[in-house]
Design a protein around this ligand. Sequence first.
Ligand code: SDX
Length: 392
Amino acid sequence: QTGMFTYDPGFTSTASCDSALTFIDGDEGVLLHRGYSIEELSEESSFMEVAYLLLRGELPSKDQLSDFEGTITRHTMVHEQLSTFYRGFRRDAHPMAIMCGVVGALSAFYHDSTDITDPKQRMIASHRLIAKMPTLAAMAYKYSVGQPFIYPRNDLSYTGNFLRMTFSVPAEEYEVNPIIEKALDRIFILHADHEQNASTSTVRLAGSSGANPFACIAAGIACLWGPAHGGANEAALNMLREIGTPDRIPSYIARAKNKDDPFRLMGFGHRVYKNYDPRATVMQKTVREVLTALNVSDPVFDVALQLEEMALHDDYFIEKKLFPNVDFYSGIILSAIGFPTDMFTVLFALARTVGWVAHWNEMISDPAQKIGRPRQLYTGPAQRPYVPVEKR
Ligand code: SDX
């Protein structure tokens, strides 16, 4: 071929890896964390219990869970100097831009847990990241709305603490509604880990160079922000709101099918699932629970249900095996709870930090692991002689 080299690399690609954390069967719509189904975990478990399971490989006993929650709780505060860091951003900065910056900066504040060769420091950094993400996320929200930062409290659950830090104001305490707390905790479980998705692969690749864990998680946050990945939850609700009424759905389905139109149905399709994303099933059920509990009806939910119904009976979507994914319904719940759309991906990052940290630990503690080096098929010109500029 013109200039195309062909070669047999004679090696297994470093782009793939072994992992014991999560199993996905995309054809069957199966998702397991350390062998437990996402359906059972999201129904029976808590986010902290799933965090322990992903990090340590087994469901904790009551005492183990209590110790783990106590450790995480005691790491929820952040260095006071970090609040100055927030003040360097414009108030209208996207909260994900703030999270990319602030999480990357953590290694400047917690350099006593950046030695990746020390298992003790690795675990402290892991606990710090899981514990501080809700505090940092709530601070990003507070900064964007011009309200004072609210400190974490040790008498609240992980998710309850986050809700209070986000929605409390000095003038009025936010009462954590247990139904909302349970729904958000379930949403965190649904986002905790998902095998070698783009952002997790980013964290593993960054970690393979020996970069400190805070920098690796910041890299994962940056990758997650993309609308094809974690940014889809924000894009999906914006799309549903733009559709507005069921009669406008056919025109959006037609656009999604038009090869010449870059528009995609946000919250639909998946690299791996060629069946219904099991997380979307749980998410749809949770929407009903939250809207009923809050005694609100959201016309966007009706649009979402009718859009799903029409798409799943459309030949294009059937042939391409396109189904709702985790991002299709999540925004409806998060909006009903009170989060603005630009916080949706921040919540995804908060929850996915558990998976990222578990994958980072799994990779970094493998003595055989080498620096990642995805290879390429060279498609450029064959070697050729230099031509001086006067002769070009
Ligand atoms: C997440 O990897 C993970 O696990 C990610 C994630 C996680 O938990 O980490 O699950 C989270 O990122 C979920 C995905 C969120 N993104 C979106 O909802 C954005 C909208 N979806 C698309 O951009 C798309 O479906 C992707 C990016 C998710 C996947 O795109 P691919 O790799 O092109 O999917 P595919 O190969 O299965 O597509 C098959 C065909 C293609 O057309 P042809 O090239 O065959 O002609 O279907 C088309 C695609 O163009 N297609 C769509 C579509 N998704 C795919 N057409 C219209 N609307 C869509 N949503």
